[in-house]
Design a protein around this ligand. Structure first.
Ligand code: SF4
Length: 420
């Protein structure tokens, strides 16, 4: 093996893969039943993220950054003058096994530029996973990218060896995709997603009847959307995410702020990166939709098409709906408790449990661990030492921002001084 060449390929192809954030390794239950290598259930997989939120727990590489397509937003586009490289199938297998044995990684995240054809590329991705499973007896986590436009048969095979499959929608709207990747057809993304969804349902149903039915993509499928490459609002992005969650049973939708690395008139100028906070606000919204019972239309609509940057989406919603507050924490149902700013679901469950035994006051709520600097404006309890004073939403917002440790406090204070 030429180690220098492998190192060079690794540099190029790991760097090219860093723009893909859809690599969470949660949700798989693949067991090591054959005394093989790895175990993707529980301890075998850890979640590790770089400071900017990108996952590093897996060997995350492209099979190649050669590509026959020319998507404007992609660093691997064929017209981009960059160093190209490609791994052989056996090289990826060897790297994965060697890194796993050294405890560097917990699994493999393998994507690829499209070379020759979607089917040819997908076949080679599957070949890596198949070799790892069948020849190396590798039971660690494998996340394969699905290649847009590949055949149903290959998608069926991929799910037999991968824990998770994902296909990146990339641009949240059909019109945006047409503008930036005119060679691509939206249907080529949807077809494999639909196929994987149906196979998951089918294999799960078969498993109930026939015990030794193999597992199919046990960690489900995910997708990624690029934020800020085109002019989509947060509403466009989140409505699209909701569509993928509900129609295709996605495990996760990831949001990746566009990083301008290429000059193209269709794209934002170099040096105008999407603020990391916009990504964070989208993830917070996603969380509220999946775990807090919010409907996307409550958080984003025609009157409010973009998320506030200086406050989180739940606080923003509450300030627009002050008629629903204050909430009595000793009486409110779970749904309404979950809507109080400063209360996570853990605190909500603690409140529900604690109030079986006594009426709760501020001291009890503090002991439960709720963020009082936000919550106190929205609740009443068995205490009189804070009275809701019909404060205006703007006033509440300014007091919360001033009392919080937020890094935006400085920015906000500066704005206030302008009006003194
Ligand atoms: S097909 Fe994929 S790898 Fe190729 S240019 Fe488009 S986004 Fe990049």
């Amino acid at each position: 093996m030429n180690f220098e060449r492998i190192r060079e390929k690794l540099n190029i192809l790991a760097d090219a893969a860093k723009y893909d954030v859809s690599c969470s390794s949660s949700g798989s239950k693949r067991k090591n039943t054959t005394k093989g290598l790895g175990d993707s259930s529980g301890m075998g997989i850890c979640h590790s993220y770089t400071e900017d939120g990108r996952c590093i727990s897996l060997l995350k590489i492209l099979l190649t950054n050669h590509c026959i397509f020319d998507c404007a937003y992609c660093v691997s586009r064929k017209s981009n003058d960059i160093k190209r490289a490609g791994f052989k199938i056996q090289e990826v297998v060897d790297l994965t096994i060697n890194f796993y044995r050294r405890n560097y990684i917990e699994g493999l995240f393998l994507s690829s530029g499209i070379f020759s054809s979607p089917d040819y590329t997908m076949e080679r991705l599957i070949a890596v996973a198949k070799k790892l499973r069948l020849e190396e007896n590798f039971n660690g986590y494998i996340h394969l990218k699905s290649i847009p436009g590949c055949s149903d048969e290959l998608m069926r095979e991929a799910g037999l060896y991968a824990d998770r499959l994902s296909i990146n929608i990339e641009i949240p709207t059909v019109s945006g995709l047409k503008l930036l990747a005119p060679e691509k057809d939206h249907k080529d993304f949807i077809k494999p997603i639909e196929k994987v969804k149906n196979e998951i349902i089918q294999y799960q149903a078969d498993k109930k009847l026939i015990k030794n039915t193999p597992v199919y993509a046990p960690a489900g499928q995910s997708t990624q959307m690029i934020v800020g490459a085109t002019g989509e609002s947060d509403k466009d992005i989140m409505y699209s995410a909701v569509h993928y969650y509900s129609t295709y049973k996605m495990k996760r939708v990831y949001y990746s702020g566009y990083v301008p690395v290429l000059h193209d008139e269709r794209l934002p100028a170099l040096g105008t990166e999407v603020p990391m906070l916009r990504e964070n606000r989208l993830y917070q919204t996603d969380w509220l939709l999946r775990f807090y019972g919010f409907d996307v239309r409550e958080l984003l609509n025609n009157q409010h098409p973009n998320l506030d940057i200086d406050i989180d989406p739940k606080l923003s919603w509450a300030l627009r709906n002050m008629n629903l507050f204050p909430v009595d924490v000793n009486k409110a149902d779970k749904r309404m408790l979950a809507r109080i700013p400063g209360l996570g679901m853990l605190s909500v469950n603690k409140i529900l449990n604690a109030r079986k035994y006594r009426r709760l006051n501020w001291e009890n709520l503090k002991a439960i661990g709720i963020a009082m600097n936000r919550a106190k404006y929205f609740i009443v309890c068995d205490s009189k030492d804070w009275e809701h004073k019909d404060l205006e939403p703007a006033h509440i917002k300014s007091m919360i921002l001033q009392s919080s440790q937020s890094k935006y406090q400085k920015m906000y204070n500066k704005q206030l001084r302008l009006f003194n």
